[in-house]
Design a protein around this ligand. Structure first.
Ligand code: ZN
Length: 357
């Protein structure tokens, strides 16, 4: 370990001495500023630029996997979609890629996703699962979801043998290569109807209405998810993911209240390294902040990456800065990260903060 630490130091000095590399490393581990030894991109590699940590191309669409097997590359791809690339494997969290012309483009289509080992679906609304069946069928990935989600998958063109149903009520562990996945029953977030109604009215009054073609397009996409009422109470699954070296991730794709199942799981593991957590849909910062604080106080992530904060052209993105300020006021050590579609954030999982403390 001593020799490794010295090596890291020498690389860091070399990098500082070379001005072009100092300004050309935007995607290093976001905790690097807190712990100088952390830099997933250079710590273990003679080759300083790992495309997996710099290019805005997903590994699942033909981009590079991290060269170092201990590097985790995380990419947000709209709504609550993330790609995790680690140790030669790819795991997709949610699958909602072909969103239609009312949405900003993600820069790739569902049909471009050629490689993935697993798809974990947080819940079965179309904006979380609409491309899970097609991507799963093309890649042969294991697709995981709650009963109401996998019932929908059973009506779609994917082999039932690839599909795993989980309830999140405890005792379920899926070992997917280097990823240990524990499903935990969460709760869907539903903002007050009066609030949503008022904002919808204002948005309708100030934006261009969709064309009949766009309405038809949305209806087709919507059909690839479920609107079953069970999604809210028994169909929203949080996933606690533990990598083979102990690095922990909590993924939650809806901004609802924390459940007793989540509290119990977090009491057991204490904290996570990375939280990928959906923002509440409540528009007002006072409400979204309150929900985000409950999430981060429960999961205790070192690094907080929000999810589900983008929106169609005729709607409002959910502001992340007020959340970031509030969680930092609550815990000055937390690191907040929000990047553009497909931009990677790389973690040196060997140097997660808990070991370094
Ligand atoms: Zn939903």
């Amino acid at each position: 370990m001593r020799a490794k630490a010295l090596f890291v130091t020498s690389i860091a000095i070399t990098a500082l001495a070379a001005p072009q590399s100092a300004q050309a490393r935007p995607f290093e581990d976001p905790r690097a500023g807190l712990i100088p030894a952390i830099d997933a991109d250079t710590a273990f590699q003679a080759e300083p630029r790992d495309p997996a940590c710099h290019a805005a191309v997903m590994a699942s669409t033909g981009g590079a996997l991290p060269k170092n097997p201990r590097t985790l590359a995380v990419r947000w791809t709209g709504y609550a979609n993330f790609e995790l690339a680690f140790n030669g494997q790819i795991v997709l969290l949610d699958a909602y890629f072909d969103r239609g012309s009312l949405h900003p483009s993600l820069g790739f289509k569902a049909a471009d996703v050629k490689k993935t080992d697993a798809i974990l679906i947080g819940h079965g609304h179309h904006d979380h699962m609409s491309d899970a069946a097609s991507v799963g069928a093309r890649t042969g990935a294991t697709v995981v979801g709650a009963p109401v989600t996998t019932e929908k998958l059973a009506t779609q063109a994917i082999d039932a043998k690839q599909v795993r149903t989980v309830t999140g009520r405890g005792g379920e562990v899926l070992q997917l290569g280097a990823f240990k996945v524990e499903p935990i029953l969460g709760e869907h977030g539903d903002p007050p109807a009066a609030l949503v109604g008022a904002f919808d009215t204002a948005l309708k009054a100030t934006t261009t209405p969709p064309t009949p073609e766009q309405i038809a397009e949305q209806a087709t996409i919507r059909q690839r998810g479920t609107q079953d009422r069970r999604v809210r109470s028994e169909g929203t699954i949080a996933y606690l993911i533990t990598l083979d070296n102990g690095f922990r991730i909590m993924y939650r794709d809806s901004g609802g209240r924390v459940t007793d199942f989540e509290k119990a799981a977090m009491q057991r593991v204490g904290r996570v390294d990375l939280g990928l957590i959906a923002v509440s849909a409540a528009y007002l910062n006072s409400a979204t902040v309150e929900q985000a604080l409950e999430h981060v106080r429960t999961y205790k992530p070192d690094v907080y990456m929000p999810a589900h904060h983008d929106a169609p052209f005729n709607n409002l993105w959910r502001a992340t800065e007020p959340l970031f300020q509030a969680v930092k006021d609550d815990n000055p050590r937390i690191v907040t990260v929000s990047k553009g579609y497909r931009e990677p954030t790389c973690f040196n999982t060997e140097h997660n903060i808990s070991r370094s403390r």
